[in-house]
Design a protein around this ligand. Structure first.
Ligand SMILES: Cc1cc2nc3c(=O)[nH]c(=O)nc-3n(C[C@H](O)[C@H](O)[C@H](O)COP(=O)(O)OP(=O)(O)OC[C@H]3O[C@@H](n4cnc5c(N)ncnc54)[C@H](O)[C@@H]3O)c2cc1C
Length: 446
């Protein structure tokens, strides 16, 4: 094993730190864990978390395990290595009539990362988080043991691992219940919406009628245009629909284009360019277009078409601020949007989704209500604003998403996650000496 260190960052590219990368196969994970030094070890997927959960300054970072997929076509159960990306899993399963039960806005995440953050998709209001579709997983714990855990078999450890940010052990394999689909296409309804109240009413309606729903919001719009947005809802298309519209070939996602150079000048992303982009994005969306057939990539992962788009933010990087507030505190959303617009913090990408019931994952993010996610370029005056927003969100009974976080405080974490003590108790049972550690865990005293 080499001692050479490598610089790791999250997707937002703020706060890089040096650690020793360790790559291994499924069978040698326990040895890698045993060889970890005093700064411990953390598993890393494809680094799509925005902040620092897959970094470990001065310690070891376990890079993704080799991909392996064993899909039972009759039952739809996929036994996969934790290093398998959703991209590979979708490409293998979709032509055989199965789709991943939950996908985040990028398919370049690993199954291990999807479980450790209990990712949610555009169907959370119907289907819950990724962890709810995992039938069992294999976990290497700090004592070097490898265990099968499931909701039935040490359910306590299973639900501490789902959403547990890699701090209970290394997931080596998982069995995922896939969703049956007749075609790789989605039937999509896209609408431009002029204000927040209309958008929220439409999205609540979509809770009843739509499998998938999501809205892009122009966060620079103010006054009566506050919350102007593009709402998209979708269903899996039937085999007949796909055939009638000229076949299914385009539905299976391909690889991204590499168009962003490794070094991007700062200033490319400015208020002016973001304002122009938001205006264009809103205007180019159809006022009301029904029954358009789209492929998986176009509907679920529009950003995956361009590799390394995060570099467009330049060397300073960017943060994502993702909050959830319960339905009873929905008015907080307009206050958050007003403050962002007033202070002029530009965001290319702001997304509003509905979330369904809170799952059993002890540190899982979802909570029945509204989740708003905003990509914000790193700027000196951003942190005071975000602290104000933290207080509003917590006051409303909400919380912030660990997979997107790069800057919250331990107090904000504790206030948003009432089951933190339970998580700590279980983690202390399986890892009393904190063998599993990350920059995020140190920063948040997790
Ligand atoms: C463009 C974009 C859109 C996104 N959209 C969404 C969205 O819609 N919904 C959503 O929920 N999230 C979303 N995310 C966040 C992303 O889904 C999560 O951060 C996911 O965890 C990233 O997976 P990864 O494999 O890159 O994991 P990493 O970011 O590398 O690691 C994330 C965490 O998982 C742990 N981990 C990784 N592998 C293992 C393992 N084998 N065993 C134990 N722990 C492990 C790490 O220790 C770390 O704590 C988005 C991210 C991007 C960049």
């Amino acid at each position: 094993m080499s001692d050479a260190q490598q610089l790791f960052t999250g997707w937002g590219r703020t706060a890089p730190t040096l650690a020793r990368p360790v790559s291994t196969c499924v069978h040698d994970v326990a040895a890698a864990v045993a060889a970890a030094g005093p700064r411990g070890i953390i598993a890393r997927g494809l680094g799509r978390s925005y902040g620092d959960p897959a970094q470990n300054a001065g310690g070891d970072v376990l890079t993704p395990l080799p991909s392996s997929i064993d899909l039972d076509e009759a039952t739809g159960l996929a036994r996969v290595s934790a290093g398998t990306s959703l991209h590979d899993l979708i490409r293998a399963a979709l032509p055989r009539g199965w789709f991943v039960p939950v996908t985040p806005g990028t398919r370049y995440v690993t199954v291990g990362g999807a479980i450790a953050t209990d990712v949610h998709g555009k169907n959370h209001h119907r289907d819950g988080g990724f962890g709810s579709h995992v039938r069992e997983l294999r976990l290497v714990t700090a004592d070097g043991g490898e265990w099968t855990v499931s909701p039935q078999q040490d359910g306590e450890l299973f639900w501490a691992t789902v959403g547990g940010m890699g701090l209970t052990g290394v997931i080596t394999e998982a069995t995922v219940a896939m969703t049956p689909v007749e075609s790789p296409l989605l039937r999509v309804h896209t609408r431009r919406v002029d204000d927040l109240a209309t958008l929220m009413a439409l999205m609540q309606e979509a809770d009843r009628d739509a499998t998938y729903s999501v809205a892009w919001i122009d966060t620079l719009a103010r006054g009566r245009h506050l919350g102007r947005s593009v709402l998209t809802t979708g269903e899996h298309a039937s085999a007949d629909e796909a055939r009638a519209r000229g076949g299914t070939g385009a539905g299976v996602p391909g690889d991204p284009l590499r168009v962003v150079p490794p070094v991007v000048p700062s200033g490319l992303v400015s208020r002016t360019s973001i304002r122009a982009f938001n205006e264009l994005w809103f205007r180019k969306a159809p006022r009301d277009r029904r029954d358009e057939l789209q492929g998986v990539g176009q509907f679920f992962h529009p950003l995956d078409g361009i590799a390394d788009w995060n570099r467009l933010y330049g060397p300073a990087g960017f943060v994502q601020y993702q909050l959830v507030v319960p339905d009873r505190a929905a008015e907080v959303l307009s206050v958050v949007l007003e403050r962002i617009a007033e202070r002029g913090h530009p965001s290319f990408l702001s997304v509003l989704k509905r979330l369904g019931d809170e799952g059993p994952g002890l540190l899982s993010f979802p909570l029945r209500g509204w989740t708003l996610a905003m990509d914000l370029p790193a700027a000196r005056d951003l942190e005071p604003l975000l602290r104000e927003l933290d207080a509003l969100v917590l006051g409303a009974g909400g919380r912030h998403y660990l997979a997107k976080d790069a800057r919250m405080s331990p107090e904000t974490l504790a206030a948003g996650y009432p089951r933190l003590a339970e998580f700590r108790r279980i983690r202390d049972r399986v890892d009393p000496n904190r063998v599993f550690c990350s920059d995020l865990a140190r920063r948040l005293d997790l």
